[in-house]
Design a protein around this ligand. Structure first.
Ligand SMILES: [Zn+2]
Length: 337
């Protein structure tokens, strides 16, 4: 058997998109990249407004590979920075945009195709186009897709989104669900509160919408489904949800089984940044359903990738091997190449 690979399955890229190219999707909203004169730093722009300061590893695979060496990573699975999704744009523009971004993701991986793999984005606002792009991307070498946790006012239990998940299950396409476009009514303007409060809630909302709607009863068990950031608030609040299911019929009305009985239907990553939180997560989900994920290369990602798992005193060697690579190899069908 080949030695265990250490795989970071939650990492982002952002290609060198010009303002002109972004404008073809949406001049005011589509993201593009401006890079400093020394090439080391950049700014993701949204229209004429700065969105997020970034650095070279986000778009330059040679720097990414150097940093992976420093972190002891054998492989990283990259996915779009969620601002690239384009879900609110007309589907006939979002579809070629998704195709272009996916081709650029594979170009990024070409820096070392054995160590860099990619998840595709899809024009989720159109079920047929989304399924088509997911299948095209898989045929081109993507190891799965990444989708946002909602589509405007529609959560994952929306019929179109459930149909998309069924398509992925039937075509053996792994799915990472990433929170995005966080709920906020104006009270979370400061201190990155949308990322700190709303983002974990968005992920929990995505998981609960699939459980409580009964969608998991219709989605094939073969679906490989993972939620980012340790599933957000989900694991910590699962007891509250189970109690509500037992005590209130309106919680039970669409969900025939107790919520905690669906834990074997999905995975989460390990990006929780606290050893007690990781202990709870593994105790809740089982180490067979947790995968190393860093959210690299952003400041809200794990700064020393894998340290939380490697130094966690409550994990045994089997747990660590599962989280560090065995689960991801099986989840993404990576084989031994
Ligand atoms: Zn992320």
């Amino acid at each position: 058997m080949s030695p265990l690979k250490k795989i970071d399955m939650h990492a982002h890229f952002f290609p060198r998109i010009s303002q002109e190219e972004a404008a073809r999707l949406d001049p005011a909203q589509a993201p593009w990249l401006t890079i400093s004169s020394d090439g080391e730093n950049g700014q993701i722009m949204k229209g004429d407004r700065p969105f997020r300061p970034v650095y070279r590893a986000l778009w330059d695979s040679s720097m990414r590979l150097e940093e992976m060496d420093r972190h002891g990573l054998d492989m990283q699975i990259i996915s779009a920075t969620p601002i690239m999704f384009g879900y609110s744009c007309p589907a006939d523009r979002a579809a070629p945009w998704a195709e272009r971004m996916n081709d650029l993701a594979l170009e990024h991986c070409a820096g070392n195709p054995k160590r860099l793999k990619a998840l595709a984005q899809v024009p989720l606002q159109d079920l047929e186009l989304a399924c088509r792009e997911a299948s095209r991307a898989k045929a081109c070498g993507h190891v799965g897709v990444q989708i946002g946790n909602h589509l405007g006012q529609h959560d994952l239990d929306d019929e179109r989104l459930v149909q998309f998940l069924i398509h992925c299950a039937e075509n053996n396409i792994a799915v990472l669900v990433h929170p995005w476009d966080m709920m906020t009514d104006g009270r979370m303007k400061k201190w990155m509160l949308p990322w700190l409060v709303a983002m974990p809630a968005e992920t929990q909302l995505g998981i609960l919408s699939l459980i409580l709607s009964g969608a998991f009863e219709r989605i094939p068990k073969s679906l490989k489904l993972c939620f980012a950031h340790g599933g957000g608030s989900f694991a910590f609040l699962l007891g509250r949800v189970d109690n509500a299911w037992q005590c209130r019929d309106i919680v039970r009305e669409d969900c025939p089984n107790i919520p905690s009985s669906y834990l074997d239907r999905f995975y989460v990553d390990s990006a929780v940044f606290d050893s007690h939180a990781l202990r709870l997560l593994v105790a809740t989900m089982n180490s067979e359903h947790v995968m190393l994920g860093s959210d690299y290369p952003f400041p809200l990602g794990e700064q020393h990738i894998g340290q939380l798992v490697d130094q966690n005193q409550w994990l045994n060697a089997i747990d660590r091997d599962n989280i560090n690579g065995l689960n991801a190899q099986e989840f993404f069908g990576l084989g031994d190449d």
